[in-house]
Structures are given as C-alpha cells and as structure tokens.
Design a protein around this ligand. Structure first.
Ligand code: SAH
Length: 373
C-alpha cells in the first residue's frame, strides 16, 4: 500500500492551502473538518455538502481511514483494547477505560518506543516510527465509532463519546511533539472536538527540553512525568533517559513548567517491591513533592518481562500510601484496568502474528533517541 497523507493530520489552514491549489474555495476547509471530527464520517462520499468533484479530488490525494482494526478485546471490567494495523503494516494498541462516567482513551503516539525502560513491554519492541497526527486522531475516532455501534451510553443517557485522552500508550509522546501538539490543538478546537485542556494528559519519561517546548508551544494539555524513582542510580538503571536528564534536571524542567503554566504536574510512580515501594522511597518522594504543585499517581507494577521486578503486596502499598498521605501529599493509586486483556500500564506491545513469542523489534536508545536540543 502506498503512503497517502492522512487528511486528519492537516490543520484548517493547510487544507485551505490545498483547496486553493486545486481551484476550490477555501471555506470548504471548515466543512471538511466538521465532517471529519464532528460527524466522524468513514468516507469522503459521506461529505454531503461537498461536491462529488471535490470529494473525488480529496479521495485521490488523501487517506481518510488509514488504521485498520485488526482486533479488539473487551475486558471483564469494561476496558477495551484495540490492535490497529497501520498503512505500512505496523501494529499499535489503543485502550479505552470507562470509569466514573468518563470514557478515557490511552493513545499510542509511536510505533514501539526508543526509551527502553526495563519494566515496560513496549520497550522490548524497539522503535519503528512516529505516528502521524491523523493516525493518533483515528485511534480516538475508532473508539467513538465503537461506543456508537455498541450503544454504549453515558450518564446523561446519550451515546457516549470519548471524554479524556491520556498520551500513555505505546511511545514517548514528547519525542513526537509536533504531531502530539497537532492532535491536542484539534481536540481542543471549539469547532471540532471542543475538549478542555484539562482533559488531555501528555505523559513523558522525562525528555526535559521538550517539556519547555510544550510550554513554548502552549500545547493545550496537562503534563504527567513518569518519575518512578527518586534515586538517580536506580532510575538510570531502569530508565536510560535518566542518564541524559537526571532527576535534578527533570525537576528543573518541572519547576519551570509549573511556574510558567500554573498547572499541577502529575508524577507517575510505579511501585516495585523492595525498590520504589519502601519507607525510604516514600520519604524521598515526600522530599521531592512537598515544595511543588504536584500530585502523585502511584501504579502497581504490572507483570513485565524482567524477572527481578515484582509488584509489592497490598500491605506494602498501603504503608507507602499512608506515609505519603501523612505528609499532605496528594497521592492516588491507579487500579490496573484490563489486566485480563493485557491492556494495563506498561503491557502494550504487539507480537507478530504466528510468531513464537518473539517481538517484532526496532531500534532502541541511544541511536534512536530523537534530536536533543
Ligand atoms: N513514554 C511515556 C508514556 C507511556 S508509559 C512515559 O514514560 O510516560 C505510561 C506509564 O506506564 C508510565 O508512567 C510508565 O512508567 C508506566 N509503566 C510502564 N511499564 C509499566 C509496568 N510494567 N507496570 C506499571 N506501570 C508501567
């Protein structure tokens, strides 16, 4: 299959520029985007107020559906995981988590990931390529189609729609910032998805210069940081990104972000038995959080492929949470959703069909580390 630019990647201005090139009226751009993102059509032919001639030009030039659903799996807790095939034969995963009236979608931003974190399954795939903005938006639109086709209702009794986006699927979103920025702007656009910036959370393993860039660009989103450990030696051993930007540098980036945006930052903190879920680790976490406008989102380690890393016992988790709460730090525990379908944090990774458990493998740090500024 040949690559055709995904129409959903384009901004309104870019569609206008193309329309001028093909002798069409620029005001059509707004209509086209409404069909794409409000009506969420499945083909150009459904764009009823667009002339057949223009629809034909669009279809010749652009892809409207580039992700093919390979399969989806529904968990006993209502979480759904999709496996999509990209136009060039890669596979990505998307997860929808219904909870407390919200329908959150955890989107992938890259095919694989170059960050090589020890506890994460996606890391084992290596890195293949960035996803286009249109592909990421398609992940979300596919979930809306599913909600509609399966008559899933929200609390108001209407057909449910995706309410929140978390950029926590496969990949490092800040290494694909240009496209993640485009996605956030399209979601935030009042004429299109009209999603508030507090409903979108971009999560990073700690690509510090890109945190600053996120603020410079004024990307409409919140920020989460996968802190996971407060100890440089340990963090570097499980998250190679820490060798480039150690905790002090990461915290400088976080402080600048908070100062310039006045937003809270969420620290994600994976609880690993005997390592990050200890009284000492709790104390260290308190020291880092106390002076900052941050919240902590603790995640119990999900089974990865490292035999040395184990989840803590419920008692150990309770002790950890109680210690952090006693210091007035806001900490929530993220319950693992979709465990039965391998949809929980850190478990997204595609194995090639018919293989013997061997991951399709791309490259990993440091050669695939995108440009550092
Ligand atoms: N690359 C981005 C987003 C993807 S990872 C980032 O690092 O933030 C999303 C979250 O899942 C991160 O907080 C990561 O630390 C966590 N995670 C990865 N593997 C995990 C595992 N095996 N168990 C629990 N959480 C995990």
């Amino acid at each position: 299959m040949e690559w055709q630019r995904n129409i959903k990647t384009l901004t309104e201005d870019e569609i206008k520029a193309w329309l001028r090139e093909v002798d069409e009226k620029p005001f059509r751009a707004e209509q086209i985007q409404k069909w794409l993102f409000c009506q969420q059509v499945k083909s150009f032919d459904e764009m009823l107020n667009i002339s057949p001639a223009l629809r034909e030009k669009l279809a010749k030039q652009f892809e409207l559906r580039s992700l093919k659903e390979d399969q989806h799996m529904v968990s006993v807790d209502g979480t759904v995981k999709w496996l999509f095939e990209t136009w060039d034969g890669h596979h990505i995963e998307t997860v929808m988590i219904p909870a407390n009236g919200r329908f959150s979608v955890c989107v992938s931003t890259q095919v694989g990931c170059a960050m090589n974190c020890a506890f994460c399954r996606t890391a084992k795939m290596g890195f293949f390529r960035n996803l286009e903005a249109g592909e990421i938006l398609e992940e979300i639109i596919n979930v809306n189609w599913y909600l509609k086709e399966n008559n899933i209702f929200n609390e108001e009794g209407q057909i449910a729609q995706v309410t929140n986006i978390i950029f926590m699927g496969m990949g490092e979103p800040l290494n694909n910032l240009e496209n993640v920025h485009r996605v956030c702007c399209t979601l935030h656009n009042q004429k299109l998805f009209n999603m508030g910036s507090k409903r979108m959370t971009v999560s990073t393993s700690g690509v510090v210069p890109r945190i600053k860039e996120l603020v410079d660009r004024n990307t409409p989103c919140c920020l989460a940081i996968s802190l996971n450990s407060t100890n440089n030696e340990y963090r570097s051993s499980v998250m190679p990104v820490n060798n480039i930007w150690p905790i002090e540098k990461l915290l400088e980036g976080v402080d600048e972000y908070i100062r310039r945006t006045d937003n809270y930052v969420t620290f994600e903190f994976v609880l690993i038995q005997g390592i990050t879920c200890t009284p000492k680790a709790a104390k260290e976490l308190i020291r880092i959080c106390a002076p900052r406008r941050v919240k902590v989102n603790a995640i119990i380690l999900n089974d990865g492929d490292d035999p040395n890393l184990h989840a803590p016992t419920p008692d150990e988790v309770d002790t950890f949470l109680a210690a952090v709460r006693a210091a007035q730090i806001q900490i929530t525990i993220r319950t693992a959703r979709g465990r039965d379908i391998l949809a929980a944090c850190g478990q997204l990774a595609h194995k090639k069909k018919n293989d013997q458990g061997v991951f399709e493998r791309g490259s990993s740090l440091p050669d695939a580390t995108p440009r550092q500024s």
